[in-house]
Design a protein around this ligand. Structure first.
Ligand code: SF4
Ligand code: SF4
Length: 344
């Protein structure tokens, strides 16, 4: 069922929904951006439609609602522990199709990985319902179409933003009562069909090619360019790595809390082992690991799709202007060169 609601009506509906749901959407934080006088757009609680940023891509992904950058897992004393508390209130998140597809990858890692379910992820994810934000034009770093992440049927409501009004598609009947007084108008959400950037993800045909690619000099370029800041992975819709830290409250080392915090494979020391061995000591090694993970290894393991959803946030956030799509193209060229040498 479709509806057209002016902002005033939309805000009355949001007020009703807020009684049942915590509602999150991309929101502008004025003058909190990377450079002076710049804003940042990230997910936060909203209570009126004017809070929602529809016409710019959020700098940080929707995943922050479910997996915040840092969170307390449990509190401990000498002989017992207690899990951190969470709210029981359901959550409604405004998400673009790339972020919804990214959430499927997060589900794969946190809930379907080797039969293990992450308790802290599941207790939030179980409460999530989605409002799909129509996205038909994208931005200059987006390549969701190339990654098959431009569409999704996984939503309860869908919304199109127009001047002073919203078009709403109600897919989940549980939400129909909120629109009982709204003007019905046919509406079905549309999806972007072409990005400014198109990328063909290269196939790696066998182990010999993969091994040769790992040793290819193309990765060494990043020893000079990448500064290992990790900004790309923190902004990434699909990265899931985290580290845990025990915070000790006082001189008694057995009383405290365990926190988990987003970690980055791009940062020095990420792959260090006890005894001091590091698997990926250079920035080039770490870039190779990230790119192969997003565009080969994840799919090789889970079969259905590549991990990257083409949101382009890593490119937008990199202070060294390292483009993920340009890197994939370089990888494709390297694979072509390796295959050509193999045929000589
Ligand atoms: S690798 Fe880059 S483009 Fe792909 S999902 Fe992560 S942030 Fe988005
Ligand atoms: S954001 Fe750029 S410079 Fe920072 S770790 Fe990622 S690729 Fe390297």
């Amino acid at each position: 069922m479709g509806y057209k609601v002016v902002f005033e009506q939309a805000n009355a509906i949001l007020a009703e929904l807020s009684k049942e749901y915590d509602i999150y959407a991309p929101k502008r934080f004025s003058k909190q951006g990377r450079y002076s006088d710049t804003d940042i757009i990230r997910y936060d609680l909203i209570n009126k439609v004017e809070d929602i940023v529809f016409d710019e891509k959020s700098d940080y992904p929707a995943k922050e609602v479910i997996t915040p950058i840092t969170q307390s897992l449990f509190y401990f004393t000498e002989d017992e522990y207690r899990e951190s508390k969470t709210k029981n209130k359901p959550i409604l998140i405004f998400m673009r199709p790339c972020d919804i597809n990214a959430m499927e990858h997060q589900n794969q890692i946190y809930l379907k990985n080797g039969g293990f379910e992450d308790f802290y992820y599941k207790r939030v994810q179980d409460r999530v319902k989605i409002v799909l934000m129509e996205c038909t034009s994208g931005w200059d770093t987006c390549f969701c179409v190339s990654m098959n992440a431009n569409k999704s049927e996984h939503y309860s409501l869908a919304v199109r933003h127009q001047e002073g009004e919203l078009m709403i598609e109600v897919k989940d009947e549980a939400f129909a009562p909120y629109f009982a007084d709204a003007q019905e108008e046919p509406f079905h959400v549309e999806f972007i069909e072409k990005n400014q950037i198109e990328v063909t993800i290269p196939k790696i045909k066998d182990k010999a090619t993969l091994n040769a690619l790992k040793k290819h000099p193309m990765w060494q370029e990043f020893n000079k360019r990448c500064i290992s800041c990790g900004a790309c992975t923190i902004a990434c819709s699909t990265c899931t790595c985290f580290t845990t830290t025990d915070i000790i409250y006082n001189e008694n080392a057995n009383v405290g809390e365990r926190k988990r915090t987003s970690a980055s494979c791009q940062i020095e020391g990420f792959s260090d082992m006890a005894g001091g061995h590091s698997f990926r000591p250079t920035t080039g090694d770490r870039m190779r690991y990230k790119i192969l993970h997003k565009f080969h290894d994840y799919k090789a393991r889970f079969k259905d799709y590549h991990m990257c959803v083409g949101c382009g946030r890593c490119t937008s956030r990199c202070p060294e202007c390292i483009s993920v799509t340009a890197t994939v193209k370089k990888m494709a060229d390297a694979i072509e060169e390796i295959e050509a040498k193999g045929e000589e």
